[in-house]
Design a protein around this ligand. Structure first.
Ligand SMILES: Cc1cc2nc3c(=O)[nH]c(=O)nc-3n(C[C@H](O)[C@H](O)[C@H](O)COP(=O)(O)OP(=O)(O)OC[C@H]3O[C@@H](n4cnc5c(N)ncnc54)[C@H](O)[C@@H]3O)c2cc1C
Length: 291
């Protein structure tokens, strides 16, 4: 089943996994998968990394898809890929019955990675280039792309940023999944600006639970541009331990969920192989039939 076909019929609930790389990480992944299986989610996506081979992502996506009896979405990155590499990977997707991809440029950690991508024998600089390729060569694929409610740091001009997002949609993206955000007003504003820019595909809200104090710094680094509201920040700073932080984080995310119900085309939970977080957020969002 294709994600964009599901979105035509209903609002979606989805989760994101990442490929585990150690025995301990694999155990956390498996426990999370067991929890996700209990709930009637609409799809699950699996991240990729410029530092690791794509194969791992395909295998985990297939495993997730089999287990949850819902579509798996494979994150497909531009980085370091030729047209032949991408075609090879998408053929494998077809063989594995993976019909859904989230097309991304990929996190470039430093200037060197940016230069390698631009100057090497790599076909795709931006996600939009790769969307066009996938759409042309594999028209049966359902394609999602990333959106950034708080902007993307490499494009401070918000008009330009929306133009680039529209370009991705015009190349064939069927829906948008957003970067995490902690203030729903950023999402609402993003959706309105998207419509003003002529973007009419469904926009799924990406939500993450803060579960540890040290996570805030990581979020600031990885979720480029994401702002942590002072109210959330002070509550986390006052918490005595990470159990308290987790409680605060879950409460905040569930309040976000409540506010997003009417506007978002779906909720994408960045549960990232955390079984307890998966249990808390899915118990609430899946039992509530309006999303
Ligand atoms: C839902 C979601 C899932 C993600 N999953 C992963 C993952 O699995 N692995 C990973 O490494 N990263 C992942 N990321 C992070 C993402 O790869 C980075 O944030 C990356 O910096 C931007 O990716 P993009 O696909 O939006 O790139 P692009 O659309 O290529 O945009 C990158 C930058 O270039 C600008 N731009 C776009 N098109 C053009 C153009 N034609 N000319 C000039 N500038 C342009 C954009 O405005 C933006 O500033 C994810 C992000 C999200 C929101």
């Amino acid at each position: 089943m294709k994600v964009h076909d599901i979105l035509r019929q209903q609002k979606t609930i989805s989760v994101e996994f990442f490929p585990p790389r150690t025995d301990e990480a694999y155990s956390a992944f498996s426990r999370t998968l067991e929890i996700v299986k209990k709930y009637n989610i609409n799809y699950a996506s699996v991240t990729s990394s410029l530092q690791y081979p794509m194969d791992v992502t395909f295998h985990i996506t297939r495993q997730v898809q089999k287990n949850i009896s819902a579509p798996g979405v494979c994150h497909l990155l531009c980085g370091k890929m030729t047209r032949e590499d991408i075609s090879f990977h998408l053929e494998r997707c077809r063989v594995m019955n993976i019909q859904n991809v989230l097309v991304l440029r990929g996190d470039q950690r430093n200037r060197e990675e940016r230069i390698v991508q631009r100057e090497g024998n790599h076909a795709f600089c931006h996600a939009g280039d790769l969307v066009a390729f996938v759409q042309r060569k594999f028209p049966d694929c359902s394609i999602g792309v990333a959106g950034f409610p708080e902007g993307h740091p490499e494009t401070p001009n918000r008009f330009k940023e929306m133009d680039y997002l529209k370009w991705k949609v015009d190349q064939g993206a069927h829906y948008i999944v957003t970067q995490l955000f902690f203030d729903n007003r950023d999402f609402f504003d993003f959706c309105e600006r998207a419509v003003l820019a002529g973007i009419f595909v469904p926009i799924i809200a990406g939500v993450m639970v803060v579960r540890a104090k040290k996570m805030l710094q990581k979020i600031a680094e990885l979720a480029q541009g994401a702002r942590i509201p002072a109210k959330l920040l002070s509550a986390v700073q006052l918490a005595r331990n990470d159990d308290e932080v987790k409680k605060i984080g879950i409460e905040w995310a569930l309040k976000q969920l409540e506010g997003l119900k009417n506007t978002a085309a779906g909720i994408h939970w960045y549960v990232l192989n955390q079984p307890d977080i998966a249990e808390s957020v899915l118990a609430d969002s899946c039992q509530n039939s309006t999303i």
